[in-house]
Structures are given as structure tokens and as C-alpha cells.
Design a protein around this ligand. Structure first.
Ligand code: ZN
Length: 192
């Protein structure tokens, strides 16, 4: 396998991992694929905020990230202070974990599911829930990949000194292909 193929394989693996992370709620969108050499770059360090092509950027954990995009994802996963169902303060880590999928606090989820099991409706319920969670992941992944397609393919150097770019040196066609494969992978996980 030549070097290009090694990188390609490595990168696709990371995209699948990222898709899995979206499902498990670990939505730190890191891309660390190096391209090995540099044609053109600006040097920025961790925490820098700068504008480029009309968009705001920063380096977080050594990786260049689009701030607008990060804000969007933060908003997506935002948990309100109080549970809409029972009105208690949602301060537990578990509340934050379950809220995006269930729109209620952890205790309410436990009660609701116990009730469904009593009524013998749990199988259907969990299947639907899993599918809606997967669909959310698919939407997030699609947004993320489309954002990547719209970025420039110029290189930059991270604080750690690695040469990287947002697209990983990929053409739009290659990203489209990866998007398609990722969506198919997630679709397969749905309960039929
Ligand atoms: Zn509640």
C-alpha cells in the first residue's frame, strides 16, 4: 500500500470513529490527520482566535476549529436548567447525558421506562429511541462533512507543529464519498 492509501484508510477509520462518538454523545470533533508537508500556512497557537475567509477560527486541543461550527454543536447539546417534565434542577451528569435523546431528566427517564416495561411496550419504545438517536447522529455527521467540504484545503500548522488541514487534503468528491459511506454505516445500525 502506498503512503496515500495508508492515510486514506487511517482517515476513514477516524470518520467512522467520529460517527460512533456522535452516537455515544462524545461530540468533540477532532481531526488530526497530518498531510506530511506544507505548501502554505499561517502559524497560530492554542487559544488564538482569528478570522479567515469571513469565518472565525481558533485552535483547541492543538486542532484548528471553526468557532461558528463549535457554537452550533454546543447549542445542539444544550441542556436547560430544569427538567421540562418534573421541574427539578438538572444538575447530575446523567441528566446532561440523557437530555438530548429524551428531553427530560434522568429520573423521569427511569420512571417512564419502568412504566413502559410494565405496559409491555418497551421493545418498540427502545427501538424508536435508538433510531431517533441514530438519525440525529446522521444529521450531525452530514452537517459536519458539508462544513468540511466548504472549507479551504490550505494547510496550517498546529501548536504541536503538525501540518494539517480541515479537509485532510481531500477533494470534495472524496468527502462526498465518505459522507455517503458514513451515512450508510449509520443507517445499518437502525432497528428495522
Ligand atoms: Zn424530570
Amino acid at each position: 500500500m502506498n503512503n496515500d492509501n495508508v492515510l486514506k484508510k487511517e482517515f476513514s477509520k477516524k470518520d467512522v470513529q467520529r460517527a460512533r462518538n456522535i452516537i455515544t454523545g462524545d461530540t468533540t470533533f477532532r481531526t488530526t490527520e497530518g498531510v506530511g508537508y506544507s505548501k502554505k500556512y499561517e502559524h497560530h497557537i492554542e487559544g488564538d482566535v482569528w478570522e479567515e475567509n469571513g469565518r472565525k477560527w481558533t485552535i483547541k486541543n492543538g486542532v484548528k476549529q471553526n468557532i461558528t461550527k463549535m457554537d452550533k454543536f454546543k447549542k445542539m447539546g444544550k441542556t436547560p436548567l430544569f427538567c421540562p417534565e418534573c421541574g427539578t434542577l438538572m444538575k447530575k451528569e446523567l441528566d446532561k447525558k440523557v437530555f438530548p435523546a429524551y428531553q427530560k431528566c434522568f429520573d423521569c427517564v427511569v420512571d417512564h421506562e419502568a412504566e413502559l416495561i410494565r405496559q409491555g411496550k418497551s421493545k418498540d419504545h427502545f427501538g424508536k429511541l435508538r433510531n431517533s438517536h441514530i438519525q440525529n447522529a446522521m444529521n450531525g455527521f452530514e452537517d459536519f462533512m458539508k462544513d468540511r467540504m466548504s472549507e479551504s484545503n490550505d494547510n496550517y500548522v498546529t501548536e504541536a507543529g503538525d501540518v494539517e488541514n480541515w479537509r485532510g487534503g481531500k477533494s470534495k468528491e472524496e468527502l462526498k464519498q465518505e459522507l455517503q459511506e458514513g451515512l450508510e454505516f449509520l443507517e445499518e445500525l437502525k432497528v428495522k
